[in-house]
Design a protein around this ligand. Sequence first.
Ligand SMILES: Cc1ncc(COP(=O)(O)O)c(C=O)c1O
Length: 437
Amino acid sequence: MKTDPKPDTLEVEPLALEGGAPVRTTPLPLEFPGMHYLDQAEIEAVVRVLKSRSLFRYYGIDLQAEVLAFEREFAEFIGVKHALAVSSGSAALQTALSALGVGPGQEVIVPAYLWVAVVAAVVNLGAIPVLADIDDSFTLDPREVETHITPRTVGMIAVHMSGAPANVPALLEIARQRRLFLLEDCAQCAGGSIGGKKVGSLGDMAIFSFQMNKNMSSGEGGCVVTNDQHLYQRAVAAHDNGYARDEAGRAIYDNLDLCLWGRGCRLDELRGAILRVQLEKLPEIIRHMRESKYRIRRALEAFPQVHLRRIVDRDGDTGAFLILTFDRPSEARKTQQALRAEGIATSSQGITNVVMTDWGLHIYSNIVSLVRKTSTDRRGFPWSLAENRDSKVQYAKGTCPFADSLFERSILLTIPSCLTPDDEDDILQAFRKVLAR
Ligand SMILES: Cc1ncc(COP(=O)(O)O)c(C=O)c1O
């Protein structure tokens, strides 16, 4: 293992921002963890499916049943009874919330740091998302959740943000006491864990995304998991044509609780085949990111002006992101700009090294349609529904003050799954140069 010099042994070099030579002139590798590991194995898996001329999961000329096999393998990996593959993480959220029966007159608690799809799923079902503040783990603060529970609250969505787990045990306790559901959003944390249990295995249901920028990926794709057979069957109905299926794959018409309205977001066999290969590679992808991240984190511990994100369970961190917080917004901005000048950036397709207020639709107050309560229909669904009239919610900046303060004082770096020791050296050297000031 490499050891890195202590900050007090370093000479002060001129910063690139001030005309000095940058540490690096070639862009850092792009994020997209699963994609860096895509090779002949995925290609062969896809070709096998194409040759079978059977791209649909439920029937085919020579059905390979790749999606079904992936679901079984993924359920075993996560440690749950049921997995249902779907076409995206957004579809997984809507499928799970449909299975849970979310609708008008209900509130669902969501964190201030999330992805727009989380609130979209609640709003699309006619319910009201209620923001709760985060803590220094950048995930839902259980104390804040308590204060936002109303008679209309039906559940909460714990989002395992930026590669590391949320405090699910504490949230689960509240959920059990207050009879609420807990849906885990593991889109950014596939393969992560808490207390040795995989994220996705702790709540009532969980969702995953296999979009291009996730720990394992088929370009697009998602999954819903649960231990509850009834919720699973409702999810099957919601993701397909509205009807659940029995063990033999036949539609069930005689149980009205399993007759929903379908969203048509099934996963296809090509992606199912890719995901089976990616799942095998996931532990290695995570190992690589964790090693890079914790080498950089350890070195940064020597700088007292840097506050590293609190990680709920370090052993369960997938390592995909590094977040550092400063005392003042100006320090965060200056550090980010100085690092960028030193070459700590990717090509334009990537997004490493941003002040978190610029982290797009992950930040509640950047989601214009939420702040302005826009609607897809002219009558203002769901905000204007009579059932929702008692939900007096706000989403503008200031709603979650701790999150607001964290976002403007923090910078976020992506940790690609293919960083070399030389790349890490450059990142460390740039940090040392910049932080020595
Ligand atoms: C936390 C979170 N939830 C849900 C999603 C939605 O996934 P998808 O892009 O596959 O629809 C994402 C995707 O970025 C995400 O980061």
